[in-house]
Design a protein around this ligand. Structure first.
Ligand code: GLP
Length: 260
């Protein structure tokens, strides 16, 4: 794993956005894996700005989102379908027929999971996958105890995740306790992965993912087995790492080779 530590959350968004811009410039037909949550919002704003500045086009890009709540209608403001439209898709020139999000439909979930996997494969696999991280180390909705080779499937959310995401739901709304998520095995097949984590609340999950043992109890630790993952952290999210000086040295030595 390549660990990049920057000062502020905005710097982390900026660094990650550059990786996405570079990918789209290198291959305008890129297949991108996208994430929801608070973490990617500034990054998406930077991508919108790059599009509006004429720097990049999403015309031929395909996207696959990591996850979706099960049972929420797609027009529900807390559905990830709605979030993606509002936060990114409505502001860029992407063909919405090439934006894929797991189905929230409670019926035929098994078939829709298989179809999602097949769709990713048929489109050549994911070139660049964006990840946030849950406080409990989840990626997508792969909660602790998720199999490290798991595929797209239904997951029961932990009490911690339900509580973390409760801030998005009003008190009279019932919050889903089930989600459909790409598996860890699905995520690990992406050619490149960017994990973006900011803020003190993520520091424990970040240290477990990067320096902890490979364990189903920290699903993000599976990224240790991936050949091309970059963890982009602000100082607060990186604050518990034991080998900070070493990561900074590697980063300096590599002289931002990523952007050459
Ligand atoms: C949700 C999403 C994850 C995301 C996580 C962290 O649970 N399913 O993909 O990484 O939240 O969200 P945030 O960035 O808001 O902390």
């Amino acid at each position: 794993m390549h660990v990049v530590i920057v000062k502020h959350p905005d710097d982390a968004a900026d660094y990650s956005a550059k990786i996405f811009v570079r990918q789209i410039l290198r291959d305008p037909r890129s297949v991108l894996g996208l994430a929801t949550g608070t973490s990617p919002v500034s990054l998406y704003q930077e991508l919108i700005a790059a599009y509006k500045a004429g720097e990049i086009s999403f015309r031929d890009v395909t996207t696959f989102n990591l996850d979706e709540y099960l049972g929420l209608p797609c027009m529900h403001p807390q559905s990830y379908q709605y979030f993606m439209a509002e936060t990114l898709f409505n502001h860029i020139d992407i063909n919405k027929e090439r934006t894929f999000i797991p189905s929230s439909n409670l019926e035929n979930t098994r078939a829709s999971c298989i179809e999602y996997e097949n769709n990713i494969t048929q489109r050549g696999g994911i070139d660049l996958q964006l990840l946030g991280i849950g406080r409990n180390g989840h990626i997508g909705f792969n909660e602790p105890s998720s199999g490290l080779s798991s595929r797209t499937r239904v997951k029961t959310l932990t009490a911690e995740t339900i509580q973390d995401n409760a801030r998005f739901f009003s008190t009279d709304e019932s919050q889903p306790e089930l989600a459909i998520t790409m598996g860890i095995g699905t995520i690990l097949e992406s050619k490149q992965i960017v994990l973006l984590a900011t803020g003190q609340a993520k520091a424990q999950a970040v240290v477990s993912a990067i320096e902890g043992p490979l364990s189903v109890f920290c699903p993000a630790s599976a990224l240790q087995t991936h050949v091309n993952t970059v963890c982009v952290l602000d100082e607060a999210a990186a604050s518990l790492l034991q080998h900070l000086a070493f990561y900074e040295r590697i980063d300096t030595d590599s002289g931002n080779l990523m952007f050459e």
